[in-house]
Design a protein around this ligand. Sequence first.
Ligand SMILES: C[S@@+](CC[C@H](N)C(=O)[O-])C[C@H]1O[C@@H](n2cnc3c(N)ncnc32)[C@H](O)[C@@H]1O
Length: 202
Amino acid sequence: MRPEEAKHFYDHLGSGQDWQRLYENPAISELIAHLAFDSAHSVFEFGCGTGTFAARLLQRDLPADARYVGLDISSTMVSLAQQRLKPWPGRARVYQTDGSPRIPEPDHSFDHFVSTYVFDLLAPDFIEQLLSEGRRLLVPGGRLCLASLAFGTSRFSRAVCWGWQSLWQLSPSIVGGCHPIELLEYLPFKDWNPVHRVTLTS
Ligand SMILES: C[S@@+](CC[C@H](N)C(=O)[O-])C[C@H]1O[C@@H](n2cnc3c(N)ncnc32)[C@H](O)[C@@H]1O
């Protein structure tokens, strides 16, 4: 999905995005449980949506002095996230971008780079540019934390994914531009050292 299409779709979807939590939550919990957020100092999120992930981190998982920065292309999502993160004024900052993969944050300024259910709507060359930005933003040894739709692992989940992929091929906007992808194809082991990887069926 092109950035301007994503903006249009997510500006209209607004808080309806939170319904996706029904299937997203198990993967998000897994990510939080395994990627040392309890010792994080600085978390960056690409495509923060309504700010639910950030609110959960700030409320339950991050140390009290850790900071969070999130961005999104959708003005609706940014204002929902800013509203949701009001209880943490000194620690959380959310802003809107033009959808470029270039991130206006300094080199090596975060120890966690997060993006959940965003890579699965981006074009492959966009993902590659975004991963280079991830490397630039992260401190040495920092963590890239990703969740996306994946291809199923059981007969039933494969059938659901096949149906989802067919809808996406028909018209990406039916499914918000998202479709199953194989994240590891974008992460060559020479560049990234895998800490934890799992495929879940919600
Ligand atoms: C499926 S939603 C996921 C939102 C959130 N990360 C979550 O897990 O609930 C995709 C989000 O990515 C944002 N997005 C899509 N393309 C983007 C781009 N090029 N730059 C920044 N945000 C983008 C959308 O506006 C939307 O908020």
